[in-house]
Design a protein around this ligand. Sequence first.
Ligand code: CTP
Length: 410
Amino acid sequence: MSTQRILLIIGGGIAAYKSLELIRELSRRGIQCRCILTKGGAEFITPLSVSALSGEKCFTDLFSLDDEAEMGHIQLSRSADLVVVCPATADLLAKAAGGHANDLASTTLMATDAPVMMVPAMNVRMWEHAATRRNVETLRGDGVTVMEPDEGAMACGEYGPGRLPDVPIIADAVEAELARIAGPKPLEGRHVLVTAGPTREPLDPVRYLSNHSSGKQGYAIAGALAALGARVSLVSGPVGITPPRGVDHIPVETAQQMLQACEDALPADVFISVAAVADWRPAISSDKKLKLKDEGKTLPALTLAENPDILATLSHKTSDRPGLVIGFAAETHDLEALARAKMQRKGCDWIVANDVSGDVMGGAENEVALVTGSGLETWPRMDKTEVARRLAERIAVALNDPDDRQVAAE
Ligand code: CTP
C-alpha cells in the first residue's frame, strides 16, 4: 500500500502551533504532510519548524520564483490525496467559500482536484457570525468537509465554540477521510485470528521455559491485515513490542492460555499461527519458588508434559474451523519437504516455510516460501513488514477467490 499524502495549509491563528503536533501525529500514523504556511500562519510558527517536522520544503509564496521552479502551484495543489486546512481561519473559510485566489493557500484551494477538509479555529463571536455560518454552509454544499470546532475557554479569554479540536481527534478525522476516499478495503468485514510471540511455561513463580521469538513477524502480519481492513485478534505471548494500531491485542503467557484465547476468539475467516508455542511445559509447576537444596534433597529432575498443538487443534475443528488456516514452519533444512509433511500432520491449508538457519529469529528480515495445496512460491529475503504485506495481500486474493486457496500463484 502506497504512503498516503496530505497537503496541509496552515492558517494564521494562535492554534497554528498545534499544526506542528498534527504533522508529527500524522507521520506517526504513516501519513506524509507537504505544507503551505500562510502569511498569517508565519506570524505564529516558522517555515523552518514546519519543514523540520514534515521533512519537506514548506511552501509560502505564490509569486516565489524558487517555489515555482521547484513545484508549480497547480502541481502542488494536485500532489496529495487530501487537502487539509488547519487551522482554518474565518478569512480562509471566506476566501474558499467566495472562490478567491490571491495567495498560495487560496489559489491551491481553487486549483486542487483532491477533496478538501477544513478544521476551523477562531474566536467564538467570529465562529457564530452570520457571515461565517453562511460560508460554512456554502463550503459544505460544495462538498468540503468542515469539522465542528471544540467548545471551551479561548486564548482571547472568551468561552464557547471555536477552539481547535485536540490533535488526535483531528488525526482520526483525517484518517477517516482518507479511508473514505480510498474506498472499501479487500479484507473489510473479515475476521483474522493471529498468534504471535513465544509462550512462557512456568516452573515456579520466578522461572519459566520459553524461546527467543521476538513476535516481530506475527505483529507485522497483524498490522498488515488491519491495514487491508480486517478485524484482527492478535493473541500474543510476552514480547517487547507495541501491538499495531487498530488490532485487538489479547495477551497470554502459556500455550494452554493461548489455545483458550484462540477458541474464545472464534469464529474467524482466517487463522494464522505465527507463535513459537513451547512444545512442552513442566509437568508440575510449583506455586512456591523451588529451592536448590530443599532439606538436603538432591537437584529436582525436570519432568515435561506435552503442550496442546494450537494449529492442529484449530485445523481439525469440526465446527467453527476458520476457512483458511495458515501455519509457519521454522526449519533449518529441506524446507519444502518438511513444510509439506507438517501441513499434512497439522491439517492446515497453507504453510509459510521459514528458513531459520541464519539470523532470522529476532532479526528484521525473513526468507520464506509459501506452500499451498498444490504449489510453492519462493519469496526473496525481505523485511518482515514486507513479508507481512505480501502475505496479507495473498490472503485477500484467496478469500475473494476460494479456488485460489489450494493453488499457488504463478
Ligand atoms: N504450533 C502450535 N502449537 C504448538 C506448536 C506449534 O500452534 N504446540 C504451530 C506454530 O505456530 C507454527 C506451526 O505449528 O505455525 C509449526 O511450528 P514448528 O515449531 O515449526 O513445528 P513443531 O510442531 O514444533 O514441529 P518441529 O519442532 O518438530 O519442527
